[in-house]
Design a protein around this ligand. Structure first.
Ligand SMILES: Nc1ncnc2c1ncn2[C@@H]1O[C@H](COP(=O)(O)OP(=O)(O)OP(=O)(O)O)[C@@H](O)[C@H]1O
Length: 367
């Protein structure tokens, strides 16, 4: 599934031309603020129909323009080539988005799933180690949503019922709560099970990789579901109902749903204790980086397909030895895109087949 070419049109500062991506490794090098991350963002947007940097699609349209587009050509494993085309149009107060695959309109961006699965390594990943519990839930949800349409569906159903239930609690429409509970429990249990299985699979990969890079053994990921029976066993539906009901009075007072997957926690542990509070900044950064590698391996285990890796300046902060270890432990990939600042030793990593572009003011030139 490698990208063969990308044609941005009015996408941030990128020039409106087609960039040839026909290589297993493509490097973008340039000073800060020239458009390297914009290129990675354009590739990611083509793969998922959304940005990893902003939720506001209006931001990606070039200043002073009213619409932008991204056209890609990519190849599937069987050798067939396909196209995607995404148009984003600013209309009065709203944004219209039109996604096409091989010229056919897709009504939901989830239909892009598995087209060009991208695993993105970037600065903000540090949040997975030190940010709020929501960020770690996001990571697990994203890992599952990369290949499992049913997970996307169940998450959407859960979020919808949660929103309605919270609204009823806030408006004191308590007679509706029983109906919402049935949907909350049913969808919530499905999410818990998939998250539990995903964390189990991550642990088959993560601890070993982390030890190979840092020398620290025994670091693992612990899933702490909001609805729990004990540390090992997820509760049955009737037990979940009991948990939900036992919070009813408190919820009436607070006006919000107090239990469920939206309150799940995911923590890094070592020898039974939380690992992050005692980890150094470098060790925290590596947690996030290795987590991305584990995400790529997880995807390949689940689908037998290799992802595209997008690496945005992530090697920059590592010392040379850690860099070497991280790069030798990169997961199997179909294609790799990597950004570098001028002066970074990208020559060490490149092969004869690597395509290197220098990026300046949104323009690219092969070097
Ligand atoms: N909507 C937009 N319209 C026009 N230009 C934009 C828009 N959004 C961002 N830019 C420009 O894109 C440039 C930022 O590019 P990008 O984030 O890709 O930098 P970079 O090359 O990755 O640098 P760094 O190494 O600092 O991350 C800035 O010059 C910014 O002004």
């Amino acid at each position: 599934m490698p990208f063969l070419s990308l044609n941005p049109v009015n996408f941030r500062n990128l020039k409106n031309e087609t960039i040839d991506l026909l290589a297993r490794e493509v490097y973008f090098t340039g000073e800060n603020g020239q458009g390297k991350s914009n290129l990675l963002e354009a590739l990611y947007y083509s793969a998922y129909g959304a940005s990893f940097r902003t939720r506001a699609d209006s931001e990606i349209i070039r200043n002073s323009e009213s619409a932008c587009a991204l056209h890609t050509l990519y190849r599937e494993e069987n050798g067939s080539t396909h196209t995607t085309s995404i148009k984003i149009i600013r209309n009065a107060n709203k944004i219209d988005k039109k996604i096409e695959k091989d010229g056919k309109i897709l009504h939901d961006r989830k239909e892009l799933i598995n087209t060009m699965p991208c695993v993105l390594y970037n600065h903000d990943d540090l949040d997975f180690a030190v940010g709020s519990p929501e960020r770690r839930r996001f990571f697990i949800d994203q890992s599952l949503s990369m290949y499992d349409v049913l997970y996307i569906d169940v998450m959407r159903r859960y979020k919808r019922v949660l929103k309605n239930r919270n609204l009823s609690l806030k408006n004191k429409a308590f007679d509706l709560i029983d109906t919402y509970d049935a949907q909350l429990v049913q969808n919530g249990i499905e999410i818990q099970k998939k998250r539990n299985d995903a964390v189990f699979s991550f642990n088959q990969i993560f601890g070993r990789l982390y030890e190979e890079v840092t020398g620290i053994d025994g670091v693992s990921i612990r899933y702490c579901p909001s609805w729990k029976k004990n540390a090992e066993v997820l509760p049955s539906p009737s037990e979940v109902y009991d948990i939900v009901h036992s919070h009813r009075e408190a919820e009436r007072v607070m006006g919000t749903t107090l239990t469920g997957p939206h309150r799940d926690r995911i923590v890094f542990v070592r020898k039974g204790s939380a690992f992050v509070p005692t980890a150094s900044t470098g060790q925290r950064r590596l947690l996030a980086l290795i987590l991305r590698t584990a995400q790529a391996v997880f995807y390949t285990h689940a689908t037998s397909k290799k992802p595209v890796l997008l690496m945005d300046d992530v090697l920059l902060e590592l010392d040379p030895e850690k860099r070497r270890r991280v790069t030798t432990l990169l997961p199997d990939y179909d294609q790799l895109f990597c950004t570098f600042l001028p002066g970074e030793p990208y020559e060490h990593y490149k092969t004869d087949a690597t395509r290197v572009y220098s990026i300046e003011k949104g323009n690219w030139k092969q070097i």
